[in-house]
Design a protein around this ligand. Structure first.
Ligand code: R5P
Length: 265
């Protein structure tokens, strides 16, 4: 368990996870139509990638040495009745065969299928602990993005930790995020959610979340849906692993963007 966690969480105690699991309920998400192609230039800057077994098997070179966080929950779609109605899709045996460093599963607190998703987490933890595999709980909000506020997120994160998650993925919120972290005894990483227009806004979330105790990110769309994804991931990496401020990250982003534009001309 500790060795797997050490592959994910770096020696500075920080982590940059790159999720490309969105297709498991969204289908061929914009810019993730060919996941292998999308992430190839980003891989050197990620500490781990998060994805499903199908994409791992069909789009990712087995020779890569990046740790894998295997998404093992699903069974719903964006056009289906209820996104919270997930089950466990992938066995622990498969996770071991694929040499996963961790597995991840969504929980839907306050939804119709709250109980099922929390029992899924508990079952997965029971099995994974036997083999020393960390479980990352994904505190999902489904379509209700407005749920991303401290009281709700703190509730979800704490429940995930109580049920045995070793790492919790949640969302950043500008007010009270420190309460989310303080109430959760295991490391927290933040997701980005749908892509926003301002790079500086994303850098601000990441920086503030770290100041308030998060260990890093599991951030996808605001990186790979950007026109300059490498500049985005490198700027975010600078905040996480080099303690860059949002302004320093923005400066780096602009320099990398200018370099890339020059090469393309
Ligand atoms: C949701 O589809 C997944 O759990 C993602 O891994 C998670 O939401 C992080 O990705 P993003 O930063 O794009 O929200």
């Amino acid at each position: 368990m500790r060795n797997r966690l050490a592959h994910l969480i770096q020696r500075d105690g920080r982590a940059l996870f790159l999720p490309i699991d969105h297709g498991y309920f969204q289908g061929p998400t914009h810019k993730l139509e060919q996941p292998g192609k999308t992430i190839a230039p980003l891989l050197p800057y990620a500490d781990a990638i998060m994805l499903t077994r199908g994409i791992l098997r069909s789009c990712i070179d087995p020779l890569i040495t990046k740790p894998i966080i295997l998404r093992v929950s699903g069974g719903t779609s964006i056009i289906g009745e209820d996104l919270s109605h997930e089950g466990i899709t992938t066995s622990v045996k498969e996770a071991i065969r694929l040499n996963a460093a961790a597995v991840s599963l969504s929980i839907f607190v306050g939804s119709k299928y709250e109980h099922e998703s929390l029992m899924n987490l508990s079952r997965l933890v029971n099995e994974c602990e036997e083999y020393g595999i960390p479980v990352m709980a994904v505190t999902a909000v489904g379509r209700e993005l407005e749920k991303r506020e401290a009281r709700y997120l703190a509730l979800c994160c704490r429940i995930a930790a109580e049920l045995g998650a070793r790492v919790v993925k949640t969302y950043y919120c500008s007010e009270g995020f420190e309460k989310v972290v303080q109430g959760c005894p295991v490391p927290i990483v933040i997701a980005g959610g749908p892509k926003v227009e301002s790079e500086l806004e994303v850098f601000g979330w990441v920086y503030d979340a770290l100041q308030k105790g998060a260990i890093g990110v599991n951030l996808g769309r605001n990186i790979w849906q950007h026109d300059y994804p490498v500049a985005m991931i490198r700027a975010i990496r600078a905040i996480i692993h080099e303690n860059a401020t949002p302004q320093e990250a923005y400066k780096l982003f602009n320099e990398l963007k200018a370099e890339k534009s020059k090469i393309e001309k």
